[in-house]
Design a protein around this ligand. Structure first.
Ligand code: FAD
Length: 291
């Protein structure tokens, strides 16, 4: 099924984001958790690229394994960091060879120690250029791009960031998946602003069930996601891991229920290779079948 077709059905499309494990043991755990996540009827999986210093080979390994295990569509994330156009094309060819269906087309972050992003010679400067490349050379691949309800950290202002998002949409993206957020009001305001400038493709909220406060703080710093009082206060009532897990999962469950009630096209869960929190948060929710 094409990426766009998933979103033509009435039921919300559920997807799970994985990352490449660094060890053989991590791969075994990933396989076990993917089996459990399958019980939650996702429409597709995605696997990150380059994040945390992982290799291209590791992403392709996950793409290939998860595709074989699940038979579901799978997306590889891809960034422009450190690659020339011909290296990006080479990666895309290898991704297609191992069964990749969709690409999460990203610019990527500046390498560690650098303040701003600089394209390598013969490389690309922005994600919209990567979308152009994929549409030109790999028209059958579905394309997902990133959107920022709390504004991308390098953008001078929200309106400029939105216009830059529109460039990716105009280049041919099928859907937008948002950066994680903890306050649904930020997502709903973002969707309204996207509609105001003529963005009409599905805008899928990205939700991370945080399982402890230290993790929430680390991720908030990394992604500039604000932690609202209704998550912070109950979480800080106790250091007990079970308490923090429950509060984090409960918050993500309440976010999900409200988003689904208000008719979002789907939810993309940042599951961090774990199934426990995703399973716990979907308990008691009526989840769609397959999307
Ligand atoms: P862009 O859309 O290119 O935007 C980057 C900045 O440039 C923004 O401030 C934007 O406003 C501006 N801009 C964009 N286009 C133009 C233009 N044409 N002219 C002038 N300014 C412009 N990182 C990883 O390393 N690996 C991953 O797997 C990964 N997966 C992600 C998945 C999702 C769903 C999200 C939301 C983020 C992910 N990231 C990942 C993080 C991402 O790489 C960073 O947020 C990065 O800083 C921006 O990438 P982008 O594709 O949004 O960039």
């Amino acid at each position: 099924m094409s990426l766009a077709q998933h979103f033509q059905s009435d039921s919300p499309v559920i997807s799970f984001e994985l990352f490449p494990p660094k060890t053989e043991k991590g791969f075994k755990t990933l396989e076990k958790n993917v089996q459990q996540l399958l019980e939650l009827n996702p429409a597709f999986f995605t696997c990150t690229y380059g994040a945390g210093g992982s290799s291209q080979a590791a992403t392709l390994d996950v793409v290939s394994k998860v595709k074989k295990m699940t038979g579901l569509p799978i997306a590889s994330h891809l960034t422009c960091v450190g690659s020339t156009v011909s290296e990006l094309v080479d990666y895309l060819n290898r991704a297609v060879d191992v069964g990749c269906d969709y690409i999460v087309a990203l610019r990527g972050d500046p390498p560690k120690g650098e303040d701003s992003f600089t394209a390598v010679e013969g490389g690309l400067r922005y994600a919209n250029e990567l979308v152009d490349l994929i549409k030109d050379k790999f028209p059958s691949l579905g394309i997902i791009v990133a959107g920022y309800p709390e504004v991308h950290q390098e953008a001078p202002d929200a309106q400029t960031d939105l216009l830059n998002l529109k460039r990716k949409v105009d280049a041919g993206a099928d859907i937008i998946v948002t950066q994680l957020f903890y306050d649904n009001a930020d997502y709903f305001a973002f969707v309204d602003q996207c509609h105001d400038i003529g963005i009409e493709i599905p805008i899928v909220p990205g939700i991370l069930p945080v399982t402890n406060f230290a993790q929430a703080e680390r991720i908030a710093k990394l992604c500039k996601a604000r932690i609202p009082d209704e998550l912070r206060d109950p979480m800080l009532q106790s250091d007990a891991p079970e308490h923090q897990f429950e509060v984090g999962v409960d918050h993500a469950r309440r976010q999900s229920i409200e988003l689904l009630d208000r008719g979002v096209p789907g939810i993309h869960y940042y599951v961090l290779n774990k199934s426990e929190a995703a399973k716990a948060l979907m308990e008691g929710m009526s989840m769609p079948a397959g999307g």
